[in-house]
Design a protein around this ligand. Structure first.
Ligand code: UD1
Length: 361
């Protein structure tokens, strides 16, 4: 069996890290294509090296651009690549980025069976580019690997039932696997120093925050009103939008950190403030409260017992939420695991069971 995996953005490298290991173990040949959506070393190379993701066979080097330009370039280059390859049994996509969308469309046009990891997630906000990518990817997929029961229910509500499987969450697996590695690897001297006292950990990268100066300013206003240090590893998109914005003195801007560093920083934080999907879950699984800088979340399970509070970009609500963090004794509802088995094992099993033995047509 031969699979082509399409990745392009940071969270996809992390998910691929656990799935690629499982594919290799079960003897499935995998060819990884990197679209080049994320291209800085700190946003890409470091993840492949640190997490042991097999090197991509091709990099489509699309770089930045508007959504349509970026997706269009990915599509034509991916199509060219796939046409020059022997037939693939599956094309595997992850999550909700433009790389996911391009992979879904090209696989469908070339009649390559399509499998989607992290299917069924919905924010019900169609202004998010990621929501559109999810809807299209799920509509086109032959196999839909859902991390949670609520993701299965979302698909059912849209009339999608065929090929839907509850596999659990590959991010839970990645968090467990790499948190252990992170514990054994000391932070750099600079990060150890910064993380030595009480601190908040923040990330901001969603277009709904970065591309609206008022919202971005409001978030920094809220961060500035927190009592302690806020460590903020900066996504390149956010860095570009900071010009003219006053950074409060308690906010410490950092370059992007690696996944192991991120897990260590989450583990030591008083609380995480973020607009990232993955970080909300990682905080939850590591027992750290989260304040989400969005109005909605796809990960509704994290809202149980107030572990995750949705505050949008309102500075007053940011401060208010930081005063109402759950204590560590609050019971967390475990989610993301199915029958105690790893999500990646379920995924490999279904890919094998549904093998079409080559292209669909
Ligand atoms: C993408 C995904 C988002 C995911 C996130 C993880 C889409 C629509 N969004 O958003 O779902 O959560 O990745 O990080 O696909 N840039 C660099 N260097 C890099 C990468 C990006 O400078 O290595 C800059 C570019 O200048 C560009 C922006 O950051 O302006 C990237 O935008 P985009 O490609 O949409 O990715 P993300 O914002 O990271």
């Amino acid at each position: 069996m031969r699979i082509c995996t399409v990745v392009g953005a940071r969270p996809q490298f992390i998910k691929a890290a656990v799935v690629s290991r499982a594919l290799e173990k079960s003897g499935i040949e995998e060819v990884i294509v990197h679209t080049g959506q994320h291209y800085d070393d700190e946003m890409s190379r470091v993840f492949f090296e640190e997490l042991g993701v097999p090197p991509p066979i091709a990099n489509l080097e699309v770089g930045s651009g508007s959504h349509s330009t970026q997706t269009g370039k990915m599509m034509s280059r991916l199509e060219e690549f796939l046409l020059a390859q022997p037939a693939m049994d599956w094309l595997l996509i992850y999550g909700d980025t433009n790389s996911t969308l391009a992979g879904a469309l090209v696989a469908s046009k070339l009649h390559i069976p399509l499998a989607h990891v992290e299917a069924g997630l919905r924010s019900f906000n169609r202004h998010m580019p990621e929501e559109i990518n999810r809807i299209v990817a799920d509509r086109l997929s032959d196999l839909l690997f859902c991390p949670t029961e609520s993701a299965v229910a979302n698909l059912r509500a849209e009339g999608i039932r065929s090929g839907v499987h509850l596999t659990g969450d590959v991010m839970l697996e990645a968090t467990h696997l790499f948190a252990e590695e992170a514990r054994q690897k000391p932070l750099t001297e600079a990060l150890t120093h910064l993380a030595s006292g009480v601190y908040y950990l923040a990330t901001i990268h969603r277009a709904e925050n970065t591309d609206h100066p008022d919202r971005l300013r409001a978030i920094f206003d809220g961060l500035g009103r927190l009592q302690e240090t806020v460590l903020l590893p900066l996504h390149p998109r956010t860095k570009e939008r900071l010009h003219g914005l006053e950074i409060p003195s308690n906010v410490q801007l950092l370059p992007p950190v690696s996944y192991l560093e991120m897990l260590s920083l989450i583990g030591g934080a008083r609380c995480v403030l973020t607009d990232s999907g993955g970080l909300q879950k990682e905080a939850y699984w590591l027992g750290i409260p989260c304040i989400t800088l969005r109005k909605e979340t796809e990960w509704i399970e994290t809202l149980e017992n107030g572990w995750n509070q949705l505050v949008g970009s309102d500075p007053n609500r940011i401060v208010e939420a930081s005063r109402h963090l759950p204590d560590n004794q609050a019971v967390q509802v475990e989610f993301g695991s199915v029958q105690g088995e790893r999500a990646s094992s379920h995924i490999c099993k279904y890919l094998r069971n549904y093998s079409y033995g080559g292209t669909k047509v």
